[in-house]
Design a binder for this molecule. Structure first.
Ligand code: F6R
Length: 257
């Protein structure tokens, strides 16, 4: 694990953009796993700028998103399809035929999940998977207790997530109860993982992830076993690390995926 502690959200986004940009320049047909949520927004803005101002070419990349709500059409403004197109894909020259986001409206979800795993494999596997982390240590929709070997499948959302989401929906019946998510095993098969985290609210999860025992109760702890994991966090997210000082003396800029 290469842990880099940077000053704040902007610095985290900047460093993440350097890593993703380097990956695409090094391998223009990279297979990249994307995350949604507030954490990668600054990264996505920078990637769009790198395309528009510096000609970074996304036309050959293949993308796979981590997750999607079951029952929301892609046009719904709370769907992860909508999030990805409005926040990134509409602003870069990605080839729409190479974009994969789980289909929350699939007729046969189990079939779809198996197809998604096969597609990742046929594409040559994920070169780089971008990850955020939940305050409870979840990655994608793998909540505490998820199998550390799991593959893409349907998961029931926790009561907490469902309640949190309710405010975004006019009709309570519309609030998703299930999601399709890459499994922990799917994520771990990526050649490189890039875990991003910012803010005090993630400090406990980051401490457990980097310094705690590996456990399904904190699914993100599995990154300790990954051969090529970059963890870019800001000071606030790092504030509860016991070995914070040690991470500060490593010179990480020498290395890129
Ligand atoms: C998003 C995802 C989630 C988020 C996590 C953090 O595709 O899979 O695991 O990465 O919930 O969310 P934010 O970034 O909003 O704090």
């Amino acid at each position: 694990m290469l842990v880099e502690i940077v000053s704040d959200y902007e610095a985290m986004s900047e460093r993440a953009a350097e890593i993703v940009t380097h990956q695409i320049r090094k391998k223009p047909d990279s297979v990249i796993g994307f995350a949604t949520g507030s954490t990668p927004l600054g990264l996505y803005q920078r990637l769009a700028q790198n395309h528009q101002a510096r000609g970074l070419d996304f036309s050959k990349i293949t993308t796979f998103n981590l997750d999607e709500y079951v029952g929301l059409p892609p046009s719904h403004n709370q769907s992860y399809h909508y999030f990805m197109w409005t926040n990134l894909f509409d602003h870069i020259n990605v080839d729409p035929s190479k974009v994969h986001i789980p289909q929350g409206m699939a007729d046969d979800i189990d079939d779809f999940c198996q197809w998604y795993e096969r597609r990742i494999e046929q594409a040559g596997g994920l070169d780089l998977q971008i990850l955020g982390i939940g305050a409870n240590g979840h990655i994608a929709f793998n909540e505490p207790g998820s199998s550390l070997g799991s593959r893409t499948r349907i998961k029931t959302l926790t009561e907490e997530t469902t309640q949190n989401n309710a405010r975004f929906f006019d009709d309570p019946d519309e609030v998703p109860r299930y999601a399709i998510t890459m499994g922990v095993g799917t994520i771990m098969a990526a050649k490189t993982v890039l875990l991003l985290s910012s803010g005090e609210s993630k400090a406990n999860a980051i401490r457990a992830t980097l310094e705690g025992p590996i456990t399904a109760m904190v699914p993100a702890t599995i990154v300790q076993l990954h051969q090529r994991a970059y963890v870019i966090i800001d000071e606030a997210a790092a504030s509860k690390l016991e070995y914070r000082h040690h991470h500060g003396i490593i010179e990480p800029k020498q290395q890129n995926p």
